[in-house]
Design a protein around this ligand. Structure first.
Ligand code: GRF
Length: 195
């Protein structure tokens, strides 16, 4: 299964996925491209260090649809079968979602449907939640919506700040994302065997 990963920032989830694929932890999965909408995303260097091709498609000067169309074309050119959003900070257009039906996944730092959107960890603290966590889910046109694949709970501790809670959730995100892609890769292999 050829995987394309979209990032906007430091790319720690992308790194976890690439490392797991390169070490054989996700049988049948290969990271073929990392695409960023920001030229200065820290994750780009980490992808290059791991020998994964990188592409930058900046938002400036393009409408959302033009931007998405360009990314779709980069993914299709490389035969990408599954798109993993990993800290990609832009809502996908319907055009994008329709180009990869049931083939786009995202990781979000809360137990969805609780606390969608930006600053999910801060939202959990402000709401006085006793626990939060992270979710890997399929992507549809709505923000942080779509069928849930896996979730992991993380307790909110007394005195937690958005930073301390984010750090503890992030530790869990990496393993959860790898486990979710492993599950999808196994399903994909099963389907191709039957085809
Ligand atoms: C993670 O918290 C992820 O859940 C959210 O954005 C953050 C990305 O972090 N969607 P990184 O770039 O993977 O380190």
């Amino acid at each position: 299964m050829k995987i394309g990963i979209l990032i906007s920032g430091r790319g720690s989830n992308m790194t976890a996925l690439v490392d797991a694929m390169q070490s054989g932890e996700i049988p049948g999965a290969e990271a073929v491209v990392v695409i960023s909408d920001k030229a200065d995303a820290g994750g780009l260097k980490k992808a290059i260090e791991r020998g994964v091709e990188t592409v930058v498609v900046e938002r400036a000067g393009r409408t959302r649809v033009e931007h998405d169309a360009e990314i779709i074309s980069e993914l299709e050119k490389r035969g990408v079968e599954l798109v993993c959003l990993a800290g990609y900070m832009r809502l996908l257009s319907p055009l994008f979602v329709e180009a990869f039906p049931g083939r786009i996944v995202n990781i979000h730092p809360s137990l969805l449907p609780a606390f969608p959107g930006l600053d999910a960890q801060r939202q959990a603290i402000v709401a006085g939640a006793e626990s939060s966590g992270c979710t890997v889910h399929f992507v549809d046109e709505l923000l942080d919506h779509g069928e849930i694949i896996l979730q992991k709970e993380v307790a909110v501790l007394e005195g937690d700040t958005p930073e301390t809670l984010s750090a503890r959730i992030l530790e869990q995100e990496h393993g959860l994302y790898v486990a979710a892609i492993k599950k999808l890769a196994a399903k994909f292999a099963e389907r191709s065997d039957k085809a």
